[in-house]
Structure formats: C-alpha cells, structure tokens
Design a protein around this ligand. Structure first.
Ligand code: PLP
Length: 374
C-alpha cells in the first residue's frame, strides 16, 4: 500500500522500538519504585524530557507526559484557568474545538476567531479582540491539520503578550513538532505534541509547559509527572517518543526540503481542470489539501484505495457535519467542500509513489467527471 495519510498517523520507527525494547523486558520496572530498577527508569524519563525540550530549544519549560495530543490539549484548556474568557479559532482540531465548546456550555465566555482562505488564523481579529476584552486563555494551532497552514505562533504570542502579558497562551503543535523547524519563544506558555505523528507510538503525548505556570490536574492519583498527571508512565512509549523526536530533529531541514519537493510535484502534476489547491503558500510541506469541485472526496479516496493508495478525505462525515467545518470556515462553497481530499506526506514517501498518486488522481478525476457529464 502507498501511504499518503501521514497527518492521521505515521508508521512506527522500528529502530526506535528496538532501542526501547528493554523497557518492556528486563527494564520493566515502575519508574516510581525506589529500588535501583525504578530509579533507573525514573532517570530515563527525565532524560527523555530533557531531549524533547532540547528539540525546540525550550529552556525554562518542563514536560508532562500524557496519553496523546488530545489529552495534552485538554489539560492545557481545562487546567490552567479556572474561569474566564477563552479565545481560539475555527480551524482547531476537535481536541481544542470541542474542549472550547464544553467551556461554552458551562457558561464561560468563548470566542472563535475566523480563518483566512488557506486555514491560517485571522491575526488582526485576535489582536482586536484581545485589545477590547479581558482575555485569560488563548489556544492557537501551529500547523492546521487539514490545510497545513502555518500560524506564526511565536509572533502571535509576542503581539498578544504585548497587549496583555497576563494571558496564558497555548499552542497545539501536534502537526508541527518534528516537522517544522522551530524554536519556542518565551511568550508561549504551553505546547502540545503527540508521538504517533512522527513515527512514535499511539498513546503517548506531552504537554510542554513553562515551569513557573501553575496547573490544577484533572487526573489525580499517585502524583507522577510532578503531580500534573498521575498514572504510571508508559516508559516504553516515552523512550520511543524521545528517540523518534531526536531522529526527526537531526534531519529536520533535509526532511522538510524533500517532502516539499514531493508536495510541489503533486501540485504541478494534478489536472487543474479537475482539482483546486486549498493549501496556501505558507503551508507545511507535509500536508496538501485539494478539492475536485463537484465530485465527492470520499469517492476519490476509495477509488485511490482500489489503486493501492491511502489518502485522507477532508470531510467530517457525520449527520451533523456534512463537510469539514475547517474548510468551510476557510470560506469554500459546498461543491468544493464535497470534493476535498487530504494528502499528507512523510519523508519515507518516494518520487515514484508520488508519480503514481498524480497519475491515479488525474485518471480517477477524469473518469468521475465523465460519468457526471453523461
Ligand atoms: N491536534 C492536532 C492538530 C491533530 O492533528 C491531532 C491528531 O490528528 C490532535 C491534536 C490529536 O492528537 P492525538 O491523536 O495524539 O490525540
């Protein structure tokens, strides 16, 4: 199978798994145990935290390991501010979007900022809102998981803090970590990441938090993770996460350039009479959103599957949401929304796979258009 759905998840790195295997074998000890094996594992977790922080130059921050990116997002949203005014945007992943709707249902003041056409956040609207309201918490994603739009979160955080330094600023970095060259700025208080998006394992995430920021945990128990997230640590998954993060960061620019070439090849190779490119210029090379206006993205996705290619489709197909709410918030009309597919790359994808994708997309698009016109 040719796999172009790497924003959904990635293939685990088996070298990293091998390297961490001992934590499932002879070094299986509970990191909280006070004998030698436990203490050694506790040290291993500490080392993993230091190495992950170093990836984004995070000095003065600490890592709270969680079970996934969703948990990290929820922890940031629900646990830093007790009550108040919360701001996010229309493009967020459900892990933030639904968390904000929950706050709204509880009676908190919640503001969803609009998107630009490429899925990036309308910064002027945030600054205006922050200037005119006493905002407590803001969450903005680094890379949009549907369009790939990159938000300049360091700059946004700096501008917001210059208006009101008391605001707590969270970034969902799940689609950026390990992919976009980035050093976290001091104006960002919290940054969420997830292992399985960078060839780690499902079930491991982290919230990178400014040390001086307080957080009231919602998983209470044995006080692991400095009391911020109880529960025995998944040391195996954590060590795999550490190793894959280091692998990604040691090649981050080379990988970025390689994937960019693949993405640009798809953009130049697809038939423009059939496909519209939704992703903009300032976009992660790992994500490409396109639409075959008038066709159904889901049908294209399944037709590609028959050619041995997996891609994502852009619609949140539920009875409530016929289309992707994110692409809809970018301002597209139903005919475009219906035809969205998401192609997401990894550094393992080859140019041969990319050519096969282009050829299949054009052939499928042409065939489906002909059927419609008949
Ligand atoms: N945030 C973004 C931007 C994502 O793309 C995802 C997953 O697709 C998540 C959060 C949730 O991460 P996880 O699958 O680890 O819960």
């Amino acid at each position: 199978m040719i796999y172009f759905d790497n924003a959904a998840t990635t293939k685990p790195n088996f070298d990293a798994i091998k390297k961490a295997e001992k934590f499932n074998n002879e070094m299986f000890y509970n990191p909280s145990a006070l004998y030698r094996g436990g203490l050694a594992n506790s040290k291993e977790i500490k080392q993993a935290k230091e190495n992950i922080l170093a990836c984004i130059g995070a000095n003065g921050y600490e890592v709270i390991f969680t079970s996934c990116g969703t948990e990290s997002d929820n922890l940031a949203t629900f646990c830093c501010v007790k009550r108040g005014v919360y701001v996010t945007d229309m493009g967020e992943h459900s892990a933030i979007y639904q968390a904000f709707l929950t706050l709204k249902n509880k009676g908190e003041t919640v503001k969803f900022i609009s998107l630009n056409k490429d899925g990036s956040v309308n910064c002027e609207e945030i600054y205006e809102y922050v200037s005119n309201n006493r905002v407590d918490f803001i969450s903005i994603m680094h890379v949009n998981n549907e369009t790939g739009a990159i938000n300049d979160v360091n700059n946004i955080a700096r501008t917001i803090k210059s208006i009101n330094p008391k605001i707590i600023f969270h970034v969902d970095g799940v689609q950026a970590f390990g992919k976009i060259p980035f050093n976290i700025s001091d104006d960002i208080d919290l940054y969420s990441i997830s292992a399985h998006k960078i060839n780690g394992l499902k079930g491991v995430g982290a919230l990178i938090k400014k040390k001086k920021l307080n957080l009231v945990p919602y998983i209470i128990g044995g006080g692991q993770e400095n009391g911020y997230r109880s529960g025995t640590e998944n040391i195996f998954g954590i060590k795999v996460f550490e190793y894959v993060a280091q692998v990604h960061y040691s090649n981050i620019q080379t990988n970025f350039n390689k994937v960019k070439r693949l993405k640009e090849r798809v953009i130049s190779g697809i038939d423009k009479d059939i496909f519209t490119v939704i992703s903009g210029e300032n976009c992660s090379p790992y994500i490409l959103s396109i639409s075959a206006s008038g066709l159904k993205g889901e049908v294209i996705m399944h037709s590609l599957e028959e050619c041995g290619i997996y891609v994502g489709n852009g619609s949140a197909c539920s009875s409530k949401h016929k289309y992707s709410r994110v692409i809809e918030a970018c301002g597209y009309k139903p005919d475009v929304l219906d035809g969205v597919i998401r192609i997401s790359f990894s550094v393992e994808n080859t140019i041969e796979e990319t050519e096969k994708l282009i050829e299949s997309l054009n052939a499928i698009g042409k065939r489906l258009k002909e059927i419609i016109l008949k």
